[in-house]
Design a binder for this molecule. Sequence first.
Ligand SMILES: *Cc1c(COP(=O)(O)O)cnc(C)c1O
Length: 385
Amino acid sequence: MIYYGKQNINEADIQAVVDVLKSDFLTQGPVLEQFERKVADYCGAKYAVAVTNATSALHIACKAAGLGHGGSLWTSPITFTASANCGRYCGANVDFVDIDKATYNMSPASLEQKLKKAKAAGKLPKVVVPVHLAGQSCDMQAIYKLAQEYGFTVLEDASHAIGADYLDTKVGSCAYSDMTVFSFHPVKIITTGEGGLVLTNNEDLYKKLCLYRSHGITRDDELMTHEADGPWYYQQVDLGYNYRMTELQAALGYSQMDRLDEFVARRRQLVARYDELLKDLPVITPHVLDGANPSWHLYMVWADFSKLSIDKVQLFAEMKKRGIVLNLHYIPVHTQPYYQALGFKQGNFPVSEKYYEGIFTLPLYYSLTEKQQDEVVAALKEVLK
Ligand SMILES: *Cc1c(COP(=O)(O)O)cnc(C)c1O
């Protein structure tokens, strides 16, 4: 069976984790900081805070941005639900901005329209979460310009996009945002088993992220309400969580970072090959925004099933018979029962809903061979014929 994604672990990755197991620290040791420094330097950001997963990273980032009851967070309907749920964790309202029909990322034009209305109603969002779907940066220049005009925090959900380029920066530089989040789940570009990280250039946000990662507790005199009672002293100055990443995870992440460029280069090669091989099939291959060079976490194509002899359920079944497991990214978040119960309805975000009707994800990962890729394309040709 060929699946849609797969991690790649080599001997150096294994040795890095074994070395930590033989060291004095399994958590809260020196490797975490080395990993954070490495990711920050790679992306050209000042600060990095590594945590248990991207979901907790999004949560503390929202909290650091001051999102709370009565506030609101906007994101794309075409994402994993975590990009929206982080707002709910903070007690805030969540709303969505429809996608661009070519790139499938949050549409700056829809965002602007929605902001104008929200301003008139006195209901501007506190946080906007653009999601870099498949590892392709959103039009961050346009979104950041709107942020300056309307005064919201920009939190990039770059769970798919470590290693991607945007204009003359790496995604994660926060050149056009306040914070950026990565995921290190095994299906993503690099992995720590489970893991996530927040990047920022803002020292104040960085200090808050560190606090919220670990119970709201600090040993930093500057953050305390009075001078320390003694060397043992710490203060809980806010309500935080235990979202700490272990040294084992950080060691794996550090080692995987050495391989990031190689991972992305291979994904780019495979995507160029897919684009070419699928030319004569009745599918729309991904459209790349000017100035973006995606990391390609996913490769999805769109088909107009109303013009094909099979529906999507049949497509998935026929491909599986041929040893290929397709996937689908994503079911529009606003159509999930939890969000429907909050008042969202089918029809609210038509571009996203049309996307969902025709989209499916083909296998793409570092170790996918050209022979396997040919098998995927041959099977698709046979099934869509
Ligand atoms: C994977 C993913 C997340 C959540 O990542 P975890 O590390 O599994 O918590 C959030 N947003 C997007 C877009 C993702 O793909």
